[in-house]
Design a protein around this ligand. Structure first.
Ligand SMILES: Nc1ncnc2c1ncn2[C@@H]1O[C@H](COP(=O)(O)OP(=O)(O)OP(=O)(O)O)[C@@H](O)[C@H]1O
Ligand SMILES: [Mg+2]
Length: 314
């Protein structure tokens, strides 16, 4: 069985009547880059705060690095680096001095400061005041702080939040380097799938505190069936014929074609030919039949949208 760096079972957290996290069971494999995704208010930060022992769960269990996190046993946290929302830094101190404060608190070797600065590529800016740092530099210094304890697991809450495209790219490259060269398991939250899909090996998608999907990115792609897009001269007639024959179909307008288009949900590849034959039999002119694979972003939006079947079924 695969080793898990993080495992939660039925993790739940209420705030008064609000159920921020609802029976969440996560499985984060050791060595993975796990994208923890969900729209605003989904429960990501609340989950992360429970993983780090910053707030107590209302119910359920957190296991970190193979051992349950309890009120009395938190020794695993010594091997966990974290960045929750924006890092708290002393603006009047330099980057180096900020790291020094934490290094002294942790009583970690002095050489760790230089090492952490080099990993996050801030060695050249170490003597500048934080006040002069850009947001991207502050986020990277926050990561350097988390690296001082030589973690085997990093938990990052929206590390790219507020960064410009170049900053996002740098952060992505840095996270990837940490995983591949230092073999650190990375658990990072985001509300954008596009931000993590290039680096994540696994994703967990939540909304309203509940897990909607967990697995690898190829698993996520499999999760959604393809569609066939049909361009015909009489969409309403085509819709009737296809629905009658048992296909799930709807009409959507496609501006690029200037026609209405019938979208048909495809359950098996062979049906493209069957759809064509059926429509031609009924005397319709079929201009185009095109298989469409939804993008990961479409799948994410479908899963987290208020009309998603998964949510309604939950
Ligand atoms: N301390 C708190 N007191 C009351 N409600 C809270 C508290 N913290 C979070 N919540 C509620 O819990 C829900 C989940 O919030 P959370 O911050 O975990 O979401 P999130 O996924 O991190 O959102 P975002 O993407 O905006 O950061 C929200 O409805 C929020 O209002
Ligand atoms: Mg949050």
């Amino acid at each position: 069985m695969q080793e898990l760096a993080i495992e939660t079972s039925d993790l739940t957290r209420h705030f008064g009547r609000v159920v921020a996290v609802n029976q969440l069971s996560l499985h984060v494999p050791t060595g993975s880059i796990y994208g923890f995704l969900g729209p605003n208010g989904a429960g990501k930060t609340t989950t992360i705060r429970m993983l780090l022992g910053l707030i107590r769960p209302s119910d359920g269990i957190v296991c970190l690095l193979g051992a349950p996190l309890t009120r009395t046993n938190r020794s695993q946290l010594a091997h966990v680096g974290a960045l929750v929302e924006t890092p708290s830094l002393y603006p009047h101190l330099t980057g180096y001095e900020n790291l020094q404060v934490t290094q002294r608190l942790l009583d970690s070797p002095h050489a760790q400061i230089q090492r952490a600065l080099e990993i996050v590529q801030l060695a050249g800016d170490a003597q500048r005041c934080i006040r002069q740092y850009s947001l991207g530099m502050r986020q990277r210094l926050g990561l350097a702080l988390a690296l001082l304890r030589e973690p085997s697991l990093l938990i990052l809450d929206e590390p790219s939040n507020g960064l410009d495209p170049a900053g996002i790219r740098d952060m992505r490259a840095l996270i990837q380097r940490l995983a591949t060269t230092l073999h650190i398991t990375v658990f990072l939250s985001s509300h954008l799938l596009s931000e993590v899909e290039q680096i994540a090996t696994h994703v967990g998608i939540i909304n309203h505190g509940q897990l909607l999907f967990e697995g690898t990115l190829p698993d996520l792609r499999q999760h959604q069936t393809d569609c066939v897009c049909v361009v015909v001269d009489q969409p309403q007639v085509a819709l009737g014929i296809l629905t009658e024959a048992g296909w799930q179909a709807e009409i959507t307008s496609d501006i690029a074609y200037g026609h209405n288009v019938v979208h048909v949900t495809l359950h098996e590849p062979a049906v493209v030919a069957a759809i064509n034959a059926l429509l031609v039999q009924h005397g319709l002119a079929v201009y185009e039949l095109r298989r469409e694979q939804p993008s990961l972003e479409d799948i994410f939006l479908q899963l987290t949208g208020d009309h998603s079947p998964e949510r309604n079924a939950a």
